[in-house]
Write a protein that binds this ligand. Structure first.
Ligand code: GLC
Ligand code: MG
Length: 423
């Protein structure tokens, strides 16, 4: 919560499965487009919140499978667990709220009387969430009967049906919407209510996100029937909610544009992304641009002449410290890059950056820390990276000069590739 010194410009609260993450897009193209947009234009002044039905166990699995960014806040288990940052520090205040009129044992006991309910995996049963599978045609009747029996036992619960299969039982005060309301209240109390909030979802457990006051909302094009039905019955005339024509993360980008919430063009969609006249420069933008270039260079999707253009942005006597500990001048590093042209052509090869966080260390220089990820085939590697950039006044072609790069393997990321000179 302390990362931003002022109110967030934009807070995006997005569901993951079939919203931020498209399981039908094996190239993850729209997710990578979103990542590029976020790190270049929003990371420094905005907040990214993932709100998923998954437990911490399944959430971590998804992070290993898909090129996802690190959110500032992670809300898991259908709004019953809130954590902060990379270290996933839990919000203990939230747990106290959820204990009211809740007794997991009674929920399990009453639910076991319904043969229509099949328990989900053990990992998905959480302190404030009991989850089952049930057929679409049974869902309504079971929900009604179960609520009645739990009420008789003195509990106050919320039953949510999602994806035409999942049935979750939570404390009444829980859920994705309540968790967001709790965060809004918390931000307000420290005078940092975000300037705008955009909620993004596709299924039943996302519905309550759309009823939080003053938020913008996007139901992605591939939204489930149960969410569209909820919208038709409850929010049809709310002009702050759209049903996007694009799927998943592409629908989120579409909504940013539709509601004028800020920049909505991802550098991945810009053919001349190296053109320095493109946009007001920011540090995030510079870092994203370079690594996008690096990906495209190795995929042979940029012209070979681009490297000359880029050389002007590197101080030749600057140093690159490779994760192996070896060091090279930036001039030599660029020569190494030269040889890599097209070596990943036609292969599944992607590069993206996460958590690009600059700190100004003098009137014209910045220390930038970020995670650089590379996907090569099925292997995902991460280097924690620190860079020193300086704003250059002598050369009108661009605004920043790279002075120093230092990388370390993230634990578990070291591989046979570690002997290659990768940026
Ligand atoms: C995720 C969770 C599951 C839950 C569903 C809907 O798939 O793993 O437990 O029922 O979301 O909320
Ligand atoms: Mg979903």
């Amino acid at each position: 919560m302390e990362r931003l010194s002022a109110s967030a410009h934009l807070m995006i609260v997005s569901d993951l499965d079939h919203t931020m993450v498209d399981h039908h897009d094996s190239e993850n193209f729209s997710l990578l487009r979103f990542n590029t947009l976020w790190e270049a234009n929003y990371r420094h002044n905005s907040l990214l919140v993932f709100s998923t039905g998954r437990s911490p166990t399944l959430y971590k699995e998804l992070r290993k499978e898909k090129p996802m960014l690190t959110p500032d806040i992670t809300i898991m288990s259908v709004g019953t667990e809130i954590t902060y940052g990379l270290s996933m520090e839990p919000d203990v205040g939230w747990v106290e709220v959820l204990n009211q009129k809740w007794d997991k044992n009674i929920v399990v006991e009453e639910a076991s009387k319904f043969s229509e309910l099949t328990p989900q995996a053990e990992s998905e049963q959480r302190p404030h969430k009991v989850s089952f599978y049930t057929q679409k045609d049974k869902a309504q009747a079971v929900t009604k009967a179960l609520s009645e029996s739990l009420e008789k036992r003195g509990l106050d619960v919320k039953i949510i049906y999602s994806g035409g299969i999942d049935l979750d039982i939570l404390p009444q005060g829980a859920g994705k919407g309540q968790a967001l309301a709790y965060l809004h209240k918390k931000f307000k109390s420290i005078g940092k209510l975000p300037n705008s909030t955009l909620v993004c979802g596709d299924s039943g457990n996302d519905a309550e996100l759309f009823s939080i006051p003053d938020v913008f909302g996007v139901m992605v094009s591939n939204a489930q029937e149960e969410l569209l039905q909820w919208h038709a019955e409850n929010a049809k005339n709310n002009s702050k909610i759209i049903h996007a024509s694009e799927r998943c993360a592409a629908g989120i980008i579409q909504a940013i544009g539709h509601f004028n919430l800020g920049p909505n063009i991802s550098l991945r969609d810009v053919k001349d992304f190296l053109d320095s006249k493109l946009e007001t420069k920011s540090i995030g933008y510079e870092v994203v641009k370079f690594y996008l270039f690096y990906e495209k260079w190795r995929r042979a999707e940029v012209e070979e002449s681009c490297l000359d253009h880029l050389k002007k942005s590197f101080n030749p006597s600057g140093v690159f410290i490779h994760p192996s500990g070896l060091e090279q001048s930036l001039a030599d590093s660029l020569s190494s890059i030269q040889k890599q042209y097209g070596d990943s052509q036609g292969k599944q090869y992607r590069v993206w950056v996460d958590r690009v966080l600059p700190t100004k260390i003098s009137p014209d220089s910045w220390l930038v820390k970020f995670d650089k990820w590379e996907l090569s085939g099925k292997e995902q590697l991460c280097c924690r990276t620190t860079v020193i950039l300086s704003s250059k006044d002598s050369n009108a072609a661009g605004e920043f000069v790279w002075l120093h790069i230092h990388q370390t393997w993230l634990e578990g990321s070291k591989s046979e590739l570690s002997s290659t000179w990768l940026f």
